[in-house]
Ligand binder design. Sequence first.
Ligand SMILES: [Zn+2]
Length: 295
Amino acid sequence: MPNWLSNFVLPKIRAVVSRKEVPDNLWKQCPSCEQTLFLRDLVADLMVCRHCGHHFRIGSAERFGMLFDNATFEKIELPKTAIDPLRFRDRKRYTERLRESQAALGAGSEAVTVARGQIGGIAAVVAAFDFAFMGGSMGVAVGAALVAASRLAVERQAALIVIPSSGGARMQEGILSLMQMPRTIIAADLVKEARLPYIVVLTDPTTGGVAASFAAIGDIAIAEPGAVVGFAGARVIEETIHEKLPEGFQRAEYLLEHGMVDMVVKRGDLAATLARILRLLCQPAIASVPMVAHP
Ligand SMILES: [Zn+2]
């Protein structure tokens, strides 16, 4: 029997499992409510805990799959930029950190990926961050990617949707990373000047130089539940002003209450919400049914 099991049954199981690309660790613990979640359920729930609603961090590939109509989109090739312009080294060489992130996320990847397609039948360009790539930090390549995304949106007369998930500027690029702040603002302005929608979906976390640049100037600012959005961390602020900060400070819901974001939208409702907003902005005649029929 053991032979039959190990020689026949196990390979079959492995073949089925690998075909569906179910990861080895089939369970994941929710960091918020500590419930154990079946990974397949979690994936089906768009990586949102079914017990407490905690939104796990997800990458650009998942974002594109869930936002574009019929999960159909085209990834855009992004401009090549100088690698390691300052020859930076902390505990590790910057080039080594880049190599490690690219090994995990695919050759040529960076902290932001851009794709185009349709959302609710409206042409849209989406720039989505991968926090897994060096904390989603913004260096020259990210700035260049956002400029490319803006130009593409203008060229295609499409809406631009940016989904940050970032710790802020990439310190390994020093002042060059800080220069991406005004650069990405100008990029977003290209879209605004063309009278096209520029929507920001703030996800956990959106902090530092990213929170203080393009992410802050969306025509419409949407946030995912529980997302931390802010310039400096709560601990740094507390230590600076010597005061206890209120409960939920810098969380999406707190920011909504204080007028910093327009809406907090659950991940499962995000695609439909974006589709509705884009239709209202781009095809108001079709999206809004008149209350009174005029002769
Ligand atoms: Zn939970």
